[in-house]
Ligand binder design. Structure first.
Ligand SMILES: [Fe+2]
Ligand SMILES: [Fe+2]
Length: 287
């Protein structure tokens, strides 16, 4: 069981909202309205850990270890939303999300294969680590810079925790787990090539609610993410390369396979998919 060690590890790294954020260094001349608006959107996006947790708990009833870890993950993600909201409450209260705006991102996600969801969130944490690092550099106001730095470090730790559950899944499920991780890893690492970088918050998760079934589509400004990435924090190719590099490096270690390019990952995924199909082939009822 991983929960006890992960609890201890995250407890040691925990930062305190009151003591570890340098609130008294705030400089209002270094915060624009445009920046405050992006903080609001990030706060609501963080709040979506609530429906994600509901999904994780529903789809992992068979796994009490992972479900217990959700208590820590959920707490830390809601703390992220709260830290951003506390910043706005103190310094730009007119940008603070309303309870209705927060509640709008809570909706039922369709059931999904738990191993794929795990990998999706691992990649999401890797990506968010870099988005927040980049946001911390873009902002000039010292308090929000410090907040994004804390958030980025937390996201990196979350990625590390998910990776441990992925290792455990490989011990338990072998190639079935490897195939699920390679499939989603390929999807998430390739997304920089398309116009839309994939993250759990911009994936469609409820067929019946389409097209309003992504977290991003339910924000007060559904288009903010793209503008934030391309025009504001400028998450350009070198940043994207860190995300892809992070995913490939970790998968390489996990699979004990040299995977330096997306192409190599795709080849490995195809070989795995074929072997999983072969070993799980059902007897033909006609024979
Ligand atoms: Fe977060
Ligand atoms: Fe996270």
């Amino acid at each position: 069981m991983l929960y006890p060690e992960l609890y201890t590890q995250l407890e040691k790294a925990r930062w305190n909202m009151e003591a570890d954020i340098p609130w008294d260094t705030f400089d209002g001349s270094l915060l624009s309205d445009e920046q405050a608006q992006t903080i609001k959107m990030n706060a609501i996006t963080e709040w979506s850990a609530l429906p994600a947790t509901e999904m994780f708990l529903r789809d992992n009833r068979h796994d009490s270890d992972f479900s217990a870890f959700m208590s820590v993950w959920f707490y830390e993600e809601q703390k992220h939303a709260l830290a951003l909201m506390e910043y706005l409450r103190r310094f730009r209260p007119e940008y603070c999300p309303t309870e209705a705006e927060l509640h709008a991102v809570r909706f039922e996600f369709d059931p999904a294969p738990p191993l794929e969801t795990l990998m999706l969130h691992f990649c999401g944490e890797v990506r968010l680590t870099q988005w927040y690092r980049c946001a911390s550099e873009w902002h000039t106001e010292p308090v929000i810079k410090a907040i994004y730095k804390h958030l980025s470090q937390d996201e990196a730790r979350h990625g590390g925790c998910y990776l441990k559950y992925m290792k455990k899944a490989i011990v338990q499920h072998g190639d079935v787990a490897r195939a699920a991780f390679a499939k989603i890893g390929l999807l998430m690492a390739s997304s920089g090539r398309s116009a839309k970088p994939l993250h759990p918050t911009n994936l469609h998760v409820n067929e019946a609610l389409f097209p309003n079934d992504t977290i991003q589509s339910r924000l007060p400004d559904p288009d903010w993410l793209e503008a934030w990435l391309t025009q504001q924090i400028r998450f350009d190719e070198p940043w994207e390369a860190r995300v892809v590099g992070g995913i490939l490096r970790n998968l390489s270690n996990l699979f004990e396979q040299p995977l330096e390019t997306i192409l190599q990952l795709n080849r490995y995924r195809k070989a795995l998919a074929a072997s999983v199909k072969e070993t799980h082939v059902l007897p033909d009822p006609a024979i």
